[in-house]
Write a new protein. Structure first.
Length: 209
């Protein structure tokens, strides 16, 4: 059996110096172009209009939750995931999951979902720079792989939600959606750096008008 990539991620997660990630100015960043909506209404809609509608619905709900300071929880994400997948019911996975053509296996133990809830709670930790919190939450969803399908879509929505809690938006999200690996601490910190770059570029373009 292949190594447990989730266990590897949990170790990497503790090794990464998230506080070393560059921070960003605390002021709101309002993009000229809504990058998340543009992604869903553009490339996603061209492939699957129903999928785009579901993602846009969840995007609206997640922004409302962020504006009200609603914390990320497995229960909240499960409600979102029902809309993402357009199903009446969705449950946290009940067995090991696989990704990357089976090269990564995400194990399941008696404490997996308790650990997941704790990780989501840390997305609101003010001692960690906002870009690092958003990147870490993205990777938590990717590697806990909580649902049988749609985790990559959910990870992007979660990243955007964390940014929105501090009224930060992005005008471009495409660069975020590349393959990430559970055993790669440098890659995890690189994602936080990328989020910082995208925030700063969005702010620069918004203020240059």
């Amino acid at each position: 059996m292949s190594a447990d990539a989730l266990a590897e991620w949990c170790m990497v997660r503790e090794q990464v110096d998230w506080s070393s990630a560059a921070s960003v100015r605390p002021a709101p960043v309002r993009p000229v172009v809504d990058g998340l909506a543009a992604r869903f209404d553009g490339p996603v809609r061209r492939r699957d209009p129903d999928r785009a509608d579901g993602l846009l619905t969840v995007m609206t709900l997640s922004r409302a939750a962020a504006s009200q300071g609603e914390p990320l929880t497995p229960t909240l994400l499960t409600g979102w995931q029902q809309l993402v997948l357009d199903v009446n019911e969705v449950r946290l996975r009940q067995s090991d999951a696989f990704a990357k053509n089976g090269r990564e296996r995400y194990g399941l133990t008696s404490h997996t979902w308790q650990d997941f809830a704790a990780c989501l709670h840390q997305s609101a930790d003010p001692s960690v720079p906002l870009p690092a919190r958003a990147a870490r939450a993205y990777l938590d969803v990717a590697f806990f792989h909580p649902y049988p399908d749609g985790n990559a879509r959910l990870a992007l929505l979660v990243l955007a939600h964390v940014l929105e809690t501090e009224r930060v938006g992005l005008d471009e999200v495409g660069p975020l959606q590349t393959a990430r690996y559970a055993d790669d601490p440098d890659g995890a910190l690189d994602l936080a750096t990328l989020v910082t770059v995208l925030i700063r570029a969005t702010h620069r373009r918004a203020t240059a008008r």
